[in-house]
Write a protein that binds this ligand. Structure first.
Ligand SMILES: [Zn+2]
Length: 558
């Protein structure tokens, strides 16, 4: 009996020790990962808006998030970063931008706000040093901003750049100044006449000034960017975007050849930015994608078409139901007839692709909502988008919810347009414009973007405009139409997970959850708590794509 009891005890002890050993070994066999970040404030932006302290990254993806202790217990890495309490968000996604065009624009020099002709010549010299060959192109000068308000002439340009063609266009695009080299390439001589424009000649000499149609005679000689120039342009665009925390951009309206260019740079590792590309409304683009099928790589997603319903509110090109308040009798116009939009919707619907339509005015929005409704029929998960959705009639808001149509909005448009939107629309209509909260409530989610380069690339300006309804000058003090403001959490979701969802990519990005790309940013302030005046002082310290740093400085690596 005693022996038997002893045996039981021994057996029990043996089992216990086995159990303890196995517990002990499980504690010691931690998984090896590529990167551990701990002691951070990580907004995972998961469905519960969970905040974690640490995360483990493996193979470019999030392996786990948790407390610093949990991650330290379960994972081991040669690469550990102590974030010292700093804030981490998923990488920002701009749901509406023109990345390619922005890049090409960076290859020209921006002359807006220049204060004198001498000022321009100085700027052009430094631009020429950074861009050592080809045409020198500048845009945006306005002699009304200068102390001497005369139109410029070409002597200064000829002296500085005898061998490089120069074309500097006025802010409105209706006038430009060119140098002799440019005139030679365009084959223009003093005394040249044309209809709808002027090549200015004084005392038998070209002055350099070109008016209206004459500008095209020179600009048409500028060669299209070559491969090396496009590569440099996109690299510069990418660097600027990484510096403000963007890791994905939606490029709204590209030709398929541009998409193939992006794809080839991405495949060679020369472009790390992730791109959601919408093809523009042209037969060759439909033919291309319908025959080829959607394109999906880790960096590129092409399954969508961008269509334009109307123009912009500022230039009174937006199509309104009632006349402009500041232009009686004028309602703007649609850019194509309704049959065109209908037939495009029909074919995109039958092929199973996504339709994204630019609509600014309440008439354009109503027309597109109704055409979409014809093909979507009821609630669905096709995520057809209306880009901008700026002025929506109060009777039409519910159509977004009824047909699960996604409004894709740009908060900085509200704070740029607020200075004159009331002039165009009058008080009542203005109150239904830029109604982000109301639009968000239709489907319970709302992607945010900037429309850069129309607006600045900064997601921080988007956040300030979305939540506090203020521009970079902190105007207006109490915010513009604050009843349409989003909460901080909604704005962060709009710039991350909801933007991903508008691209059908919420399963792979937009939040920091197991299995998703390790695309994240480390910031010196927390947008969820900073004062409004601090939003634009928030800096991205570093930006990561696939768990690798693409911008910034390394924090203390342990
Ligand atoms: Zn746009």
């Amino acid at each position: 009996m005693l022996l038997k009891i002893n045996k039981v005890i021994i057996n029990t002890l043996f089992i216990c020790s086995l159990f303890i050993t196995s517990l002990f070994t499980s504690c010691n066999t931690s998984t090896n990962v590529d990167l551990i970040i701990y002691n951070a404030k990580i907004y995972t932006v998961d469905s519960l808006f969970t905040i974690a302290e640490a995360m483990a990254v493996k193979g470019g993806k999030i392996e786990a998030t948790g407390t610093s202790k949990e991650i330290a217990t379960r994972y081991e890495s040669a690469n550990k970063i102590n974030a010292e309490g700093k804030t981490i968000y998923p990488g920002f996604i701009d749901a509406h931008a023109h990345f390619y065009r922005y890049g090409l624009g960076l290859q020209t020099t921006d002359l807006t706000g220049t204060t004198s002709w001498e000022n321009i010549l100085t700027q052009l010299q430094s631009f020429a040093r950074q861009n050592s060959e080809g045409w020198l192109i500048g845009r945006g000068w306005d002699q009304n901003d200068w102390t001497i308000k005369d139109f410029p002439s070409k002597e200064g340009l000829d002296a500085l750049f005898p061998n490089r063609p120069v074309l500097l266009t006025r802010v409105d695009g209706h006038a430009a100044v060119a140098n002799q080299k440019a005139f030679d390439l365009a084959g223009l001589k003093a005394g040249y006449t044309l209809t709808g424009g002027t090549v200015e000649t004084k005392e038998g000499q070209l002055t350099g000034l070109l008016i209206d149609n004459a500008v095209d005679l020179v600009s048409s000689k500028i060669p299209a960017a070559n491969g090396a120039q496009i590569k440099a342009a996109l690299a510069k665009a990418q660097a600027n975007c990484f510096a403000v925390g963007l890791t994905t951009v939606d490029d709204c309206g590209l030709d398929y050849t541009e998409v193939l260019t992006i794809d080839s740079f991405q495949k060679k590792g020369e472009l790390k930015m992730r791109v959601y590309a919408m093809l523009s409304d042209a037969k060759r683009n439909y033919d291309f994608l319908f025959s080829r099928g959607a394109i999906k790589t880790d960096h590129l997603n092409v399954r969508s078409f961008k269509v334009y319903a109307d123009g912009a509110l500022g230039s009174r090109g937006a199509c309104l139901l009632q006349p402009y308040t500041d232009k009686p009798g004028w309602k703007g116009f649609l850019l194509s007839n309704l049959q065109h939009f209908d037939s495009v919707a029909n074919i995109i619907s039958s092929k199973g692709f996504q339709m994204c339509t630019h609509a600014i005015g309440d008439s354009a929005n109503r027309a597109i909502l109704n055409i979409y409704g014809r093909y979507l029929k009821s609630k669905n998960d096709l995520r057809w988008r209306i880009e901008h959705a700026q002025v929506v009639n109060s009777a039409d808001f519910n159509l977004f919810g009824q047909y699960s149509i996604i409004p894709s909005v740009q908060p900085t448009h509200a704070t740029s347009d607020m200075y004159w939107a009331g002039d165009r629309l009058g008080k009542t209509r203005e109150e239904g414009a830029y109604a982000f909260k109301q639009l968000m409530e239709q489907n319970g989610w709302l992607p945010l973007g900037t429309d850069f380069p129309v607006e600045d690339i900064s997601p921080f300006k988007t956040f300030l405009a979305a939540v506090f309804r203020q521009d970079a000058k902190a105007f207006p003090a109490g915010g513009y139409q604050v009843e349409a403001a989003l909460s901080r959490e909604q704005a962060l979701r709009g710039m991350t997970i909801w933007a991903a969802k508008s691209n059908f990519e919420e399963g792979e990005k937009g939040s920091l959850e197991k299995g998703k790309f390790a695309d994240f940013i480390i910031l010196d302030r927390d947008l969820m708590t900073v004062a409004p005046s601090e939003v634009l002082h928030t800096n991205v310290l570093s930006t990561y794509i696939n768990g690798a740093m693409v911008y910034g400085r390394h924090l203390a690596v342990k």
